[in-house]
Design a protein around this ligand. Sequence first.
Ligand SMILES: [Zn+2]
Length: 268
Amino acid sequence: MTRLTFLGTGGGRFATIYQLRSTGGMYLEDGASIHVDPGPSAAWSLARLDMDPADTDAVLISHGHPDHYGDAEIIIEGMTRGGLIHRGALYGSRSVIDGAGGIGPAISNYHRSLVKEVGLVEPGSRFSVGNIDVQATFTDHSDPTGVGFRFNTINGMVSYVSDTQPHPRLAKEHQGSRALVLAITRPRDQRVRCHLCTEDAVDLIRSVKPEIVILSHMGVRMIREGPEKEAKWLEDRTGVRCHAADDGDVVTLGNDISISRGHPILNE
Ligand SMILES: [Zn+2]
């Protein structure tokens, strides 16, 4: 089984500042364990779900905005058992690893030194974590060095599109995906530059035709508007199963794709 745990489903500046939802990112388990975009409250969310940061094999950071990396150094300390064992990997965009265009670097030299492998990734970069082959994908965002990721798991491809505005290249990058995780920051009629709103997702979903779309990284307006309503609207328009994730939701990929709903403590 391949498991995707949504530690946090909030994103964008104000949902993060006020923690309307956790912003702890996504955790992929498929033999190896990968923490993707551990934003603020990632460590808190792992603790509430009885998950141990020490089990993490790699931390992946798509770009240099703090809602995507705020807790990354703490997770790296966990992955390296308090910094005592030289292990694990860190992969991130140029802004995250080296700093670029006034953004980042996001990780201190000390925390980089704790990790066995540090990789700077660009769209098209490939690497593996255990048995999981990963490819960095293109995004069109206010961090121009940002990336998304596609994970080639034992149960098919999982796509993490990350922060981006619509771009024809996105559909090509994520062809063949079974589970398409979209950062839908805004609801319908509230488009904002550099991000996806609900309408923006329609063409992408129709073109990729995944088995499931999972909405995450929701901003204040999206959360207030009601993400389930937006997911239903998308599902009606595209004919593809769409799920608005809650903090603590677990999506399991086997022959079928199942969802177990959020953790009560994370959704108080
Ligand atoms: Zn961003």
